[in-house]
Design a protein around this ligand. Structure first.
Ligand code: F6P
Length: 751
């Protein structure tokens, strides 16, 4: 019913207009046909008069009535002529054909003059007393007769055919316009459907918060997307209640209820504290440039437990006990760091090889070719076994909660399950998950999926990545996908697949020691040698080819081309931490970034001005936060990113509610932060346009956007990420405990 109603609403006004037009056109056509036919009849009467004039005048003057009658009969031989008569000027009949209607004689006398000559009068007589409609013409034949008076020929012609033609013309006009109306209605509905189906598809995508890579959404749909996301955030906030926001304390309390005495066990390759021996012989503690670490560390400080990681620092062995354990954070000791050792060769195969030359490019759409070596795979298996063994060693109960982190450990969940069947294993994949076709190129695709399915829950940042994982499982693993529960059931055991968008702690504890915006800006500007009126953009990344660093420099270059007035005023500082340096592709990206920086600085720089400043070294968190606070804008240009926590850290740092975030649409964070300026980093016009917009943005618009983004990040903080995962895990544990209880009750009842 609905489509019909919609079509009617759309087409009714034009239908009414066209129908009115049809009526008017029908009437006009009838009138035209009548006028044309009437004048034809008048002309025929005139012709009859002029051809019979001589004969009739002569016969009448001679009193030859027989001749008059003959001539009149000749005139009525024409099919259209009904009757003819000769009469005097006062309408006294002289002679007529048979059944000449008297009415014709009367009317002829009063008919209108033709052309004002008085030669011809004619009019139409409509049916009367059973007579057919007729056209009567009264034609003067002489000025004087033999008796000294005028004589006139009266011709009565059939008028019914004129009326019939008139009726048909009206009907045709109505019919044709009616047909046109129908055609227009059908075409309107079809074209509206066709246009609206594309639009509706786009609208649906906007409502789901999706984007088509490479296709800029229309401004209207972009507004819809922003609106929907804001509403969703508001609804979520309402559902959880104002006091229901996840905080450190709430997470701690939930964990106490859930875990009783035991803490969490986290398996993650990167350790949160790296002990490094400096050239001067001193040992320093470094915090790695890792989104994973900055997200998980506050969770561990809150929940306590054990973090099992690769001991990669040059002074790591000497700073822990014989079992590789030490209490962290240094001086605080909220949880245990358990270091796992590996040889150089093992690290090469497991970390550099399979994890970062194989899985990393496999999962990121950044156009780097994955490399799969059997020797790397063997090391990957070996190290996953080693971490699984470490979990068993660290577990104080037979059903611990284990959080397995990232693509380094796809096999570990199954291995842990084999060793601790009652463990609750939550695996979180921090990077994008590719579609089945792409994933299928990995020679060990089945083993990887089977390994992950050892988990109780597998989590991703977005629903899209959950869907791609389910699609890959469906394609390569014998199992059943439960679409309602969003789970994979294999051998009677279910693995839930859920989106948990990761985030930062709120508020960020490291910010406590960072000076406010003005002071941070003064310090950073002084360090970089910038004038007070300088405009500063910032980027903070590992030197990785997925981060779009080349494109970022090109966007700055394009900005300065578009806006030469910014040369000398706009500076972009890139904090770049060296990463995975043994891998050739990382060496290439480092060279490419340095070349790009050199090029732009040679082109636009002076002795005192560098448009791009590259700080290629490790930066500790409090320094990074100073740069976030000092900058006017932050540009995150990832070509593909699971979430990207730099964007959320920048927002968290901006408690002055100013600063603009320019964010790649290919970072998971773009789904949650519609108030950033969202760009396609490959599109230099769009990206440089957004940078220009950020430079120009009024403080009030900055405030509006920043407040909205801060509300989202405050709400969706990392305690919520961990809390939601752990609550789901707790439900699974309760269910498992209930079924265990039931089977032991059953056993004791039957023995
Ligand atoms: O983004 C993927 C990831 O492994 C994160 O989990 C981590 O923050 C980052 O890369 C750092 O990588 P790496 O530990 O190899 O230095």
């Amino acid at each position: 019913m609905r489509p019909v109603r919609n079509a009617l609403r759309l087409t009714l006004p034009p239908i009414i207009a066209i129908l009115l037009l049809a009526v008017v056109a029908g009437l006009a056509a009838s009138r035209a046909v009548r006028a044309w036919n009437t004048s034809e009849l008048t002309m025929r009467a005139r012709l009859a008069g002029s051809s019979a004039r001589e004969l009739l005048v002569d016969a009448e003057s001679r009193g030859d009535r027989a001749q008059v009658a003959r001539v009149l009969r000749d005139i009525v031989r024409d099919d259209r002529v009904l009757a003819a008569a000769l009469c005097t000027s006062d309408s006294t009949p002289i002679a007529s054909t048979v059944a000449f209607p008297a009415i014709a004689m009367r009317c002829g006398a009063t008919g209108p003059r033709d052309g004002g000559s008085g030669e011809l009068r004619s009019l139409v007589v409509l049916p009367e007393d059973g007579l057919a409609p007729m056209h009567v013409s009264w034609v003067s034949l002489t000025d004087t007769t033999a008796q000294g008076g005028r004589i006139r020929l009266v011709v009565a012609q059939d008028y019914a055919h004129v009326l019939e033609r008139e009726r048909l013309a009206g009907l045709w006009a109505l019919g044709i316009l009616g047909l046109l109306t129908g055609l227009i209605v059908v075409l309107t509905v079809l074209s509206a459907r066709m246009t609206s189906s594309g639009w509706l598809r786009e609208l649906n995508r906007a409502l789901r918060g999706e984007r088509v890579p490479g296709v800029p959404p229309s401004p209207l749909l972009e507004d819809v997307r922003v609106l929907v996301q804001r509403q969703a955030a508001a609804r979520a906030a309402l559902e959880e209640g104002h006091d229901g926001r996840w905080t450190r304390d709430r997470l701690r309390q939930s964990m106490a209820d859930l875990l009783e005495e035991d803490g969490l066990i986290i398996v993650a390759n990167r350790e949160p504290y790296i002990h490094h021996r400096r050239d001067d012989g001193q040992v320093e503690v470094r915090h790695p440039a890792s989104g994973l670490v900055s997200a998980l560390e506050p969770v561990m400080r809150t929940c306590s437990g054990v973090w099992i990681a690769h001991g990669s620092g040059s002074a790591d062995r000497e700073t822990c006990d014989d079992h590789g354990r030490l209490a962290v954070p240094p001086g605080e000791g909220s949880y245990t760091l358990r270091r796992v050792w590996m040889t150089d060769e093992e690290e090469s195969g497991y970390y550099y090889g399979f994890a970062n030359e194989g899985l990393w490019p496999l999962c990121h759409l950044a156009y780097a070719r994955p490399v799969f070596r059997a020797s790397d795979w063997a090391h990957y298996r070996l190290i996953n076994e080693r971490f699984a063994d470490a979990v068993v060693a660290e577990a104080s109960v037979d059903d611990p909660i284990v959080l397995v982190q990232d693509y380094h450990f796809a096999l570990a969940p199954r291995m842990i399950r084999q060793r601790l069947p009652r463990a609750t294993i939550i695996t979180f994949w921090h990077i994008p998950f590719p579609n089945a076709e792409r994933f299928g190129i990995c020679p060990w695709r089945e083993e990887l999926l089977e390994g992950l399915l050892g988990s109780s829950i597998v989590g991703f940042h977005t629903q899209g990545h959950c869907n791609q994982f389910l699609e890959a499982v469906d394609t390569f693993v014998e199992s059943r996908i439960d679409r309602v529960e969003q789970a994979v059931v294999k051998g009677g055991v279910a693995t839930l697949v859920r989106p948990y968008p990761i985030s930062v702690e709120w508020p960020i504890s490291a910010l406590e020691t960072v000076p406010p915006t003005d002071e941070s800006r003064r310090e950073v500007f002084a360090e970089l040698g910038l004038g007070d009126d300088a405009i500063l953009g910032v980027g903070v990344d590992r030197l990785d080819y997925t981060k779009g660093l080349e494109e970022r420099i090109e966007a700055v270059e394009r900005l300065l081309e578009r806006r030469p007035d910014l040369i000398g005023r706009f500076t972009f500082v890139q904090l770049a931490a060296p990463s995975r340096v043994r891998i050739p592709r990382y060496k290439e990206i480092t060279d490419a970034v340095e070349d790009g920086v050199r090029r732009i600085n040679e082109r636009f720089g002076t002795e005192t001005y560098r448009p791009v400043i590259l700080l290629r070294q490790h930066h500790e968190p409090d320094r990074v936060y100073r740069f976030y606070r000092a900058a006017h804008l932050c540009y995150v240009s990832s070509l593909h990113d699971g979430m990207n926590l730099v964007s959320k850290e920048f927002i968290a740092a901006r408690d002055d509610e100013h600063g603009v975030l320019v964010l790649s649409q290919f970072a998971g964070a773009a789904h949650e932060l519609p108030d950033a300026l969202i760009v396609n980093p490959y599109d230099l016009e769009e990206a440089s346009g957004a940078l220009e917009r950020a430079v120009e943005m009024t403080p009030s618009e900055q405030g509006e956007r920043m407040r909205a983004m801060r509300a989202v990040v405050a709400e969706r903080n990392v305690y919520r990420w961990a809390g939601r995962m752990l609550l789901d895990a707790s439900q699974l544990r309760q269910r498992a405990r209930r079924s265990l209880q039931m089977s032991s009750d059953f056993e004791s009842a039957t023995t």
